[in-house]
Design a protein around this ligand. Structure first.
Ligand SMILES: C[S@@+](CC[C@H](N)C(=O)[O-])C[C@H]1O[C@@H](n2cnc3c(N)ncnc32)[C@H](O)[C@@H]1O
Length: 282
């Protein structure tokens, strides 16, 4: 049994199974009717109920639901799951399975060359862990101390030592510093939120800050730069828009694919849209 499964979605809610537990969360994208019987949804262990002001809280149906547990995301990749105050669980399953990134990494690592990956807005580290487990040297950047500690906990569950540098910092500040240091990377992954804050309250607004950030990231590309992934979950940032953002800042020798991201459902179920993505690869 996989550690994570989307069991059903609809009526603006999603029903996920994480390890042995079923959780219901709001989902603005689930505009259709659920496929599963109501009895399936009634087996949920907890549900996140959104409040009137965008806040919310968990309603616990199973009194023995632990405050945290571990799931197997893939092979030996494990992640700690927690019910957070804002309805997140510490994992975005649409991100960790990335065949294009995996192929770019192994192309270099199988011949003994290093692959340096910069992961920005890196959250609890699903991408960092998956990349490092293939031998990439990862720089993981997020402004949230809590998210980076959580990512480190996840890395500690991996049986071997992973090459990950953990950075708690504002992305714009960190990238400016890397440009000054003339650091170079073979791959870059970024999943910017619509709005965010750096460690010292610096404001991140995707509409204003993404274009200048991408221009700076161009300066961090190694001569063998072979992978860049930009994903977003903000209105207007469609797959084609992300392609148009990446095109001017990626080397001409590769190609850019763009698509809607989705969470795969269990067999026979409906996939759940979860943002847009553009991928440059050589
Ligand atoms: C949507 S999540 C990324 C999800 C991640 N890609 C994954 O697959 O797990 C956005 C992350 O951006 C971080 N963030 C927001 N503003 C930031 C800033 N100015 N500098 C650095 N990180 C920031 C948040 O702490 C959060 O962890």
């Amino acid at each position: 049994m996989p550690g994570y499964q989307l069991l059903d979605s609809g009526n603006f809610r999603r029903l996920d199974k994480l390890g042995p537990y079923r959780l219901i969360r709001p989902s603005a994208q689930a505009v259709w009717s659920p496929l599963a019987q109501a009895s399936e949804w009634k087996k949920a262990d907890a549900e996140f109920i959104r409040g009137k002001h965008g806040d919310g809280s968990w309603k616990i149906y199973n009194k023995s639901l632990p405050s945290e547990w571990t799931i197997n995301l893939a092979d030996s990749l494990k992640m700690v799951i927690r019910l957070t105050d804002f309805g997140h669980l510490g994992v975005f399953p649409e991100h960790h399975q990335n065949n294009h990134l995996n192929a770019s990494i192994t192309k270099r690592t199988k011949t003994g060359q290093s692959f340096k990956l910069l992961n920005l807005f890196a959250y609890t580290g699903a991408v960092s862990l998956a990349a490092a487990s293939l031998g990439a040297e990862v720089v993981h950047v997020d402004a949230s101390k809590t998210s980076v500690s959580w990512a480190r906990e996840n890395a500690n569950l991996y049986p071997d030592q992973l090459k990950i540098r953990w950075i708690v910092e504002d992305v714009k500040k960190f990238v400016s510093r890397e440009v000054r240091r003339k650091s170079k990377y073979h791959g870059i992954v970024l999943d910017p939120p619509s709005f965010g804050r750096g460690t010292k309250g610096e404001v991140w607004k995707i509409e204003e800050d993404l274009v200048p950030l991408l221009q700076q990231l161009q300066e961090l590309q190694d001569e063998h730069f072979s992978f860049m992934q930009l994903s977003a979950h903000s209105p207007g940032f469609t797959p084609l828009a992300l392609h148009n953002l990446l095109k001017p800042v990626c080397p001409k020798r590769g190609s850019i694919h763009y698509s809607e991201m989705s969470v795969t459902a269990k067999t026979g179920g409906l996939e759940l849209p979860s943002g847009a993505c553009a991928v440059f690869k050589v």
